[in-house]
Write a new protein. Structure first.
Length: 576
């Protein structure tokens, strides 16, 4: 026990010290105690204290298709290393499933594709843990699931992995963490908690770096830069008579935008005013009343307009709603306005409880369709298809695509740049093959404009398709210009409804199989952009078949050939 004067001195020191200084003091005292109270030199400010031998090693595995999970897991491994924890980083396509029984700490970062499917590189791992009965009582684990709340099976692959590990008797040290497309902050906070648990379970505390660095979370928050822009152009690219509406939207800012072709921009849409008015009518809530939720605060009308997701609610949210109003509601997804209409709340106070369970509006990511070199650094372009679907037997539209399509010139839009290190142009002398039907054209318009503006010498081959040549050839004039000027070496088109039998981009690829394989063998990089299902899957099947036939390989060898291209950064996808 400290004497009163010493205790007072210690309390004053703690109260006047920053977090980083407290970390330094902790490391110094740990070393002092472990050294038998002998004199210990204070560690230099820019170094780390020694890590106790009892600190556990962890395994970080990732399953990814677009590269986000790999990028995030790599960041987490770097954070662990800085904090004195050895993190072994492995892709699930390379992970030896036999090692599961040997693991002590395993953390899985995995995304969900399409209708709740695992990423292709993680498929074997996913199937293994579902087809085998394992006993993993010594495994301590956590799952970080990446997804997109605009899809029905949000984070389902992560949920499935978490469930299977529970069935195997493994010990979950933290609850499943689900992350939307804007995942950085939530992911870093989750991993901070992971490291705290590991530190608490170690015989000696994990000693973090003593250098005065900011916490990871605050650093990530400052990295995300928001740009305030004005819509300079909003043009429907489809001609009269088309079944589609696809908008070319140009956003202009006063400051330069830090982006590259291959990046995406994140836009948080606003909910429709008429829907908000209907919700207020159904609930009787005061639209001007100030309300605090877990992640936002403001008037009811402001929260409903700009902060909270009220469209196509998750089944988990519907279940919470049912619990609040005390009714049985079938597992379903529906808009909040329909939920309130069919299963009304008792009064305004009960609706304010409902506000607490609504998740934030998720940013929608759109591939950049412009080049800073070709279009200027104060503007960015996107290509937006108005998403149509049926709900409650009514024609509905995607929240963000309808929001953007309806915005007149001069409207203000706030966005941020989401960097993509994997979907990037190769060096200027390398050939590229671009496969992008529909709105998949967006990043390739950017690629071509960039290569044109910078005088790149590599050849460019583009496969584009849609329904009809006359009404749906997006950016037709620009593509024809690229052909005439030699920027586009080859342009192959597939319009599926212009003949009796449907014709898609993969059919055009097969028609040019030998030349396509020659380009690949010569070092060309392949890029696929557009809808994941079925387009990107069909394209991949065609690529494997072409490689198999033209390379005189077995089916398994052709799959490995394409996987090697992926590892070399010569096969990249931007699919949704």
């Amino acid at each position: 026990m400290l004497s009163a004067p010493k205790l007072k001195t210690l309390e004053e020191l703690i109260q006047t010290s920053s977090r980083e200084e407290l970390v330094w003091i902790n490391g110094y005292l740990s070393a002092l105690v472990s050294n038998g109270n002998k004199e210990v030199a204070a560690p230099p400010a820019a170094q780390q204290t020694a890590v106790p031998a009892s600190v556990k090693k962890i395994s970080l595995v990732f399953g990814t298709e677009t590269g986000n999970s790999k990028k995030l897991a790599t960041q987490l491994a770097a954070v662990a290393k800085k904090k004195g924890v050895n993190a072994k980083l492995t892709g699930l396509d390379q992970y030896r499933v036999a090692d599961l029984a040997k693991e002590e700490y395993l953390f899985v970062v995995i995304s969900t594709q399409g209708e709740g499917e695992p990423p292709i590189p993680a498929k074997k791992f996913y199937e293994y843990i579902h087809e085998n009965k394992l006993q993993l009582p010594n495994l301590k684990y956590g799952v970080l699931a990446l997804g997109d709340t605009s899809y029905p099976m949000y984070c389902k692959t992560g949920e499935d992995v978490d469930t299977q590990f529970q069935l195997f008797g493994a010990n979950r040290i933290l609850p499943l963490q689900k992350c939307d497309v804007d995942y950085e902050d939530d992911a870093m906070q989750w991993f901070d908690r992971v490291l705290s648990v590991i530190s608490a379970e170690a015989k000696s505390p994990v000693v973090v770096p003593v250098a005065p660095v900011q916490s990871v979370v605050s650093k990530k928050k400052t990295e995300k830069k928001f740009y305030h822009s004005t819509i300079q152009a909003n043009i429907n690219l489809n001609d009269r008579g088309s079944n589609k509406q696809t908008y070319h939207i140009e956003l202009v800012t006063e400051e330069e935008i830090e982006y590259e072709p291959g990046d995406t921009i994140g836009i948080v849409p606003r909910n429709r005013p008429e829907v908000i008015r209907r919700i207020i009518e159904l609930t009787g809530v005061d639209p001007e009343e100030e309300v605090q939720t877990a992640k936002a605060s403001g008037s009811v009308s402001d929260l409903l307009a700009t902060q909270l997701n009220i469209c196509y609610l998750l089944t988990s949210t519907v279940k919470k709603y049912a619990s609040i109003i005390g009714q049985e509601i079938p597992d379903t997804r529906m808009d909040l306005v329909d939920l309130l209409r069919i299963y009304p709340v008792k009064d305004a106070d009960q609706f304010k409880e409902v506000l607490q369970i609504l998740i934030p509006i998720a940013p929608r990511l759109y591939s950049v369709a412009s080049s800073p070199e070709g279009h200027g650094r104060n503007e960015v372009h996107i290509t937006v298809a108005r998403d149509r679907f049926l709900a409650q037997e009514e024609q509905r539209f995607g929240l963000c695509s309808e929001f953007l399509g309806d915005q007149p010139i001069g409207s203000g839009i706030t966005f941020y740049v989401h960097k993509d290190k994997n979907f990037k142009l190769p060096s200027a002398d390398k050939d590229i093959i671009m496969i992008g039907p529909g709105t998949g054209v967006a990043p390739f318009r950017a690629f071509l404009a960039e290569r044109d503006a910078t005088g790149a010498t590599g050849r460019n081959w583009f496969f584009f398709g849609d329904q009809h040549f006359v009404t749906d050839f997006l950016y037709q004039t620009e593509m024809q210009h690229f052909v005439q000027t030699g920027v586009l070496t080859k342009l192959d088109l597939a319009f599926s409804r212009d003949q009796q039998e449907k014709l898609y981009v993969q059919h055009r690829m097969q028609q040019h199989a030998q030349e396509l394989f020659n380009w690949i063998e010569g070092g060309a990089a392949i890029y696929v952009s557009g809808t994941k299902d079925p387009m990107s899957k069909d394209v991949e099947i065609s690529l494997i078949k072409i490689i198999e036939e033209q390379g005189n390989l077995s089916a398994d060898a052709a799959v490995k050939y394409l996987e090697q291209l992926r590892k070399e950064g010569r096969y990249s996808k931007d699919v949704y």
